[in-house]
Design a protein around this ligand. Structure first.
Ligand code: ATP
Ligand code: MG
Length: 199
């Protein structure tokens, strides 16, 4: 880099630093965050669990609600339960294939009752509501009820909702919304879901 370019780079970085510092200065509010992680690409649940690990790593309390029980055992659950994280998993063995509306609705609602208790418990710093979006899309849960519970949760409690096709009212209510975009996925090339990577 020529001296001239170095000076230019330095000046530009100084400006970036000033802008970032100003934004940090402005962000003074302390409150629990509601995050929605949606979209068709891979990485929604792993992102949610990553934040749970982050929370627990600080000695804080997290709880996990899984609205869709995968076909495989869940690696994160094996680890996090050992670290004292409570899990509520929808019992009927609901998977992507089940078609029984009545039993699915009952199971979703029973699981939601547990979620609601955690959403009222200010000793829990983070609640992961994994795959909740589908329960709303399928009408297994009442959206108003979900919104009310989210709005009335403890002020410092953070919540993460994952799943495709998040309802507009959930993304509007959220403070942070990320959309995973599918660029490509190994499964499309015929590669099986891999233990320790996909589950
Ligand atoms: P992950 O749990 O790996 O973070 P996800 O939560 O974003 O994935 P889901 O829609 O919950 O994705 O799907 C769960 C399973 O489907 C995972 O095993 C994941 O690898 C797989 N999967 C995710 N996205 C895709 C995709 N675009 N095509 C095919 N399979 C996918
Ligand atoms: Mg997922």
């Amino acid at each position: 880099m020529s001296e001239h370019n170095q000076d230019k780079h330095k000046a530009r970085q100084q400006k970036v630093k000033e802008q970032v510092d100003a934004k940090i200065e402005q962000a003074q509010e302390e409150k629990g965050i509601l995050q929605v992680i949606t979209g068709n690409g891979k990485g929604k649940s792993t992102s949610g669990f990553g934040t749970v690990a982050r929370c627990v790593g600080h000695g804080m309390n997290a709880a996990v609600v899984q609205f869709i029980k995968g076909m495989w055992e869940c690696g994160e659950r094996n680890l996090l339960e050992r670290a004292g994280v409570p899990f509520a998993v929808m019992k009927t063995g609901f998977t992507w294939e089940t078609q029984n509306r009545e039993t699915d609705t009952k199971a979703a609602q029973a699981t939601w009752q547990q979620a609601k208790q955690w959403l009222q418990d200010d000793s829990i710093d983070l609640v992961l509501l994994d795959e909740l979006t589908y329960m709303v899309s399928y009408d297994y849960l009442d959206l108003d009820d979900v919104i009310t519970a989210l709005e009335n949760r403890p002020a410092m409690q953070s919540v993460i909702i994952t799943g495709r096709g998040a309802h507009r009212r959930l993304t509007e209510l959220a403070d942070t919304v990320s959309e995973m975009r599918n660029v490509k996925h190994a499964f499309e090339a015929g590669i099986k879901a891999q233990k320790g990577f996909d589950f």
